[in-house]
Design a protein around this ligand. Structure first.
Ligand SMILES: Nc1nc2c(ncn2[C@@H]2O[C@H](COP(=O)(O)OP(=O)(O)OP(=O)(O)O)[C@@H](O)[C@H]2O)c(=O)[nH]1
Length: 253
């Protein structure tokens, strides 16, 4: 059974900050958001977690192996270095979408994202060390087949982007609806999904669905582990096996 630990990261009162005392320069907001994502990726990543940027003002992290003290330290580090604070809410569930649901409820119970008095909230219970196993996380690394030959070397960058994003949009909806899983675009032609345990046939169905819906051909490598880093690296090796063997789906044992 999987036990996905999700941390919802929310910038506190960010909407009002972006327009106070008057609208801030967009380039400054973009720079701040991407630097904060980079720092969070490193702060969580140094402890073997993964952070996905989702909407930048809200981010979703896979944090198996991080305890409450780790979260508090990350929160403090951001508060000391940025003009905004972050709230963090942690939850664990066999289904990734349910873990995110609980994390969201906990944060919403503490107040609105735009409540000026709700700052630096830290809620929720990480997975106890004694309960951790290397089957806790299943990560699937999806990749578009021959994105370079099909798109990058053929189309302009915007039309390439549309094709890749259409594939991503179809996949993220399918995996969420059919399998309670969370899928994130991570750049290039890559999508990383945090999944429930699925069979080869279920992954083949997901790939077939995306190809039939939007004409984007995918392959996927699947790994597991006690942390996002372990499961994610295992998935990358499985994806290399796909490339080597010409298979669409490889699931590592
Ligand atoms: N974030 C991330 N991006 C990657 C990774 N591997 C490749 N990319 C990106 O994806 C782009 C395309 O690379 P590939 O997927 O290797 O190339 P391809 O043309 O699709 O070829 P095949 O995958 O072998 O079918 C690269 O330019 C990178 O931007 C990865 O592991 N993580």
């Amino acid at each position: 059974m999987t036990n996905t630990q999700i941390t919802l990261i929310q910038l506190d009162n960010y909407g009002p900050w972006t327009v106070t005392p008057e609208p801030r320069r967009e380039v400054d907001l973009q720079t701040m958001q991407s630097r904060l994502y980079a720092d969070l990726s490193q702060l969580f990543g140094n402890r073997d977690g993964y952070v996905f940027f989702s909407r930048f003002d809200n981010m979703i992290a896979v944090t198996n192996g991080l305890d409450t003290d780790d979260h508090a330290l990350i929160q403090e580090s951001v508060a000391n270095r940025y003009p905004v604070t972050i709230s963090l809410s942690v939850a664990v569930d066999p289904a990734p979408i349910a873990a995110l649901g609980t994390a969201t409820d906990q944060l919403q119970d503490a107040g609105s994202a735009q409540d000026k008095d709700r700052r630096s909230i830290l809620r929720g219970d990480p997975l106890a060390d004694a309960d951790r196993t290397n089957d806790d996380l299943h990560i699937a690394h999806f990749d578009v087949n021959d994105a370079t030959g099909q798109y990058t070397d053929e189309l302009n960058e915007f039309d390439t982007f549309i094709n890749i994003e259409q594939g991503y949009a179809e996949l993220m909806r399918y995996m969420r609806r059919a399998h309670d899983s969370l899928s994130f675009f991570v750049g290039g032609d890559n999508v990383i999904a945090v999944c429930t345990p699925l069979t080869t046939e279920e992954y083949e169905d997901a790939i077939t669905h995306v190809r039939e819906a939007v004409g984007v051909a995918l392959k996927v490598g699947v790994g597991h582990g006690a942390t996002a880093q372990d499961a994610g690296m295992d998935a990358k090796h499985a994806l290399e096996a796909c490339r080597h063997d010409g298979r669409d789906v490889v699931i590592n044992d």
